[in-house]
Design a protein around this ligand. Sequence first.
Ligand code: SER
Length: 318
Amino acid sequence: MKRTTLVLGACGQIGTELTLTLRAKYGNDAIIATDIKEPSLIELKEGPFEILDASDAMGLRAICEKHNVHTVYHLVAMLSATGEMFPMKAWDLNMKSLLHVLELAKEKVIEKIFWPSSIAVFGPTTPKQNTPQQTVMEPSTVYGISKLAGERWCEYYFNKYNVDVRSIRYPGLISWKSQPGGGTTDYAVEIYYKALEEGRYTSFLSKHRALPMMYMEDAIRATIELTEASSENVKVRSSYNLAGISFDPSSIGTSIKKMVPEFELNFKPDFREEIAASWPESIDDSAAQLDWGWAPKYDLEAMTEAMLTNLRAKLQLS
Ligand code: SER
């Protein structure tokens, strides 16, 4: 039986696009999509789909054995804003599911893992501009604490048990095919929907609160490139810094206005402003560039054009 690839959290913002991209590349049957709920996007059912709670160790093992899984993309997590409302649930989900997958790799049931970390591993004491790969890390959210702990576990399993695990510290991800949920960077997706649907948006982050961000197409390419890089080139086994675009609500608003001149942007910061204020404004990803050749393609203008064009078609707006 051929070995397959498993996507945990296939109905989520990243999982949806990753599953579709991997299937286009390797064929529908090579990619096993799983999630805790049935997909709303019908395309996800065009290949194997299994309902799975990623924190159920036995269920996860059974699916890995049934499908002879080689590589697991682990994309299940409770993000920063929701995590602050349910701290214990966030810790439980984010840590348990990762440890189950690491254990399966240690036992050689599976061979390779991709697991995402986040800019949330950094905190208020981290240098904000061009944040280095190695620096002070004192995260102040439960999400960030769980991602930092996860990074340490990944490196530990690599060093102790030779587990082939690879990871990226994702910036905020911006996509039109699937929506994010529960994150602090979600405003940068909502703003495009509201610009087209209502011509106005009220940002929950303040005008000049800059954060590192990336268009989903770049993020998916980075994910697959790192996972498929030859092992000796993957020198960081905790998680790689990854940079795309750095912008604040005001500049994304200006870029939208170029295509939607009547667009009106207001600001009403809420509790997410404090989370955003604890994160970097821009990221130094020279390690990813050097080790596995990372280079992003989209800048803010190109992303805005892609988002508005694709969303107009999706929402059937003229
Ligand atoms: N997008 C995430 C969040 O906002 C950060 O990784 O929580």
